[in-house]
Design a protein around this ligand. Structure first.
Ligand SMILES: Nc1ncnc2c1ncn2[C@@H]1O[C@H](COP(=O)(O)OP(=O)(O)OP(=O)(O)O)[C@@H](O)[C@H]1O
Ligand SMILES: [Mg+2]
Length: 275
């Protein structure tokens, strides 16, 4: 599989991967109506407001219920919570891979139902844990079809702490990677993915466990570099690393709904106990 030269290939790949995973929920959704007027985002995003969202994947078990959070430019956020709490679901709702059953996601006050998916995903870049690597050069794997200078590629690679690794290879940025990146370590693959996301200079950078394969020292350096490079943007980090709480401006914590209901029940029954 080799890399195409469309600037939108990155967005398409993310969308297609998600579409395959979620095709039934997307086609079943009554909220995606053909007659909704949609516009592109034409200025930098300053604020994302998740307002009273309720969502279930299977129309039965809510993953999020009346959930609200705000993300503002110039701030860094950690989204934390145990596995299955709904962190990735929340991010997918922001990127319109899902549509909320109730409530809305507002981008600078505009409901994402009225914003084109293409525009939303050009302004918001989300990177997951797995980086898709193509049988092509490191340069093309990083640019992913973007028309940029070598200096810009090197700058993004330096922020992702992968520049020295690439420069130590005999063919540098011209080194051809194997399909799926089998000639790279997991941490190197993740850093290629980070460089690819950073190079796109999104208004909102979302990293969903995207540094999980890095050692602690490299992870800290990468985060420090990203926070500096995106100081005026919105950065959202999903991580199981408890250390992340002390590194960001705000922590958004999610609790699995089933467990939350159990806690409510326990506290309610405690109130009824005779003193
Ligand atoms: N496409 C889907 N279809 C059906 N259920 C799903 C789907 N994606 C997630 N879920 C369910 O929704 C709940 C929340 O999943 P989600 O992936 O958002 O959790 P998470 O907090 O990101 O977990 P992790 O830390 O393991 O990545 C889980 O119970 C999960 O099984
Ligand atoms: Mg997740």
């Amino acid at each position: 599989m080799s890399l195409g030269d469309s600037a939108n290939v990155f967005i398409k790949i993310v969308s297609e991967a998600k579409a395959i995973q979620d095709i039934s929920s997307i086609t079943d959704s009554p909220d995606i109506a053909d007659n909704v007027t949609q516009a592109d985002i034409d200025v930098e995003i300053h604020n994302i407001q998740v307002s009273g969202i309720t969502f279930s994947h299977n129309k039965t078990d809510d993953v999020l219920r009346d959930f609200s959070a705000t993300f503002s430019a110039g701030k860094t956020y950690a989204v934390v919570g145990e596995s299955g709490a709904g962190k990735s679901t929340l991010l997918d709702l922001i990127l319109k891979f899902h549509v909320p059953d109730c409530g809305s996601v507002l981008v600078d006050g505009v409901d994402t139902r009225n914003i084109t998916e293409k525009s939303l995903r050009e302004h918001i870049t989300m990177l997951g844990q797995e980086t898709i690597i193509f049988n092509d050069t490191i340069r093309n794997n990083i640019t992913y079809g973007l028309d940029v200078t070598q200096a810009e590629i090197e700058s993004a690679s330096a922020i992702a702490c992968v520049d020295e690794v690439i420069e130590s290879l005999p063919n540098g940025y011209d080194t051809v990677l194997h399909y799926r990146g089998t000639n790279l370590s997991g941490g190197q693959r993740q850093r290629i993915g980070l460089a690819r996301a950073i190079l796109r200079k999104p208004d909102v950078l979302i990293l969903d466990e995207s540094t999980s394969a890095l050692d602690q020292k490299t992870k800290e350096k990468v985060l420090q570099n990203i926070f500096r490079a995106f100081a005026t943007k919105i950065v959202i980090i999903v991580s199981h690393d408890p250390e992340i709480r002390s590194r960001v401006n705000h922590v958004v914590e999610l609790f699995p709904l089933a467990k939350r209901e159990l806690i409510y029940q326990e506290s309610a029954s405690e109130e009824k106990l005779p003193s």
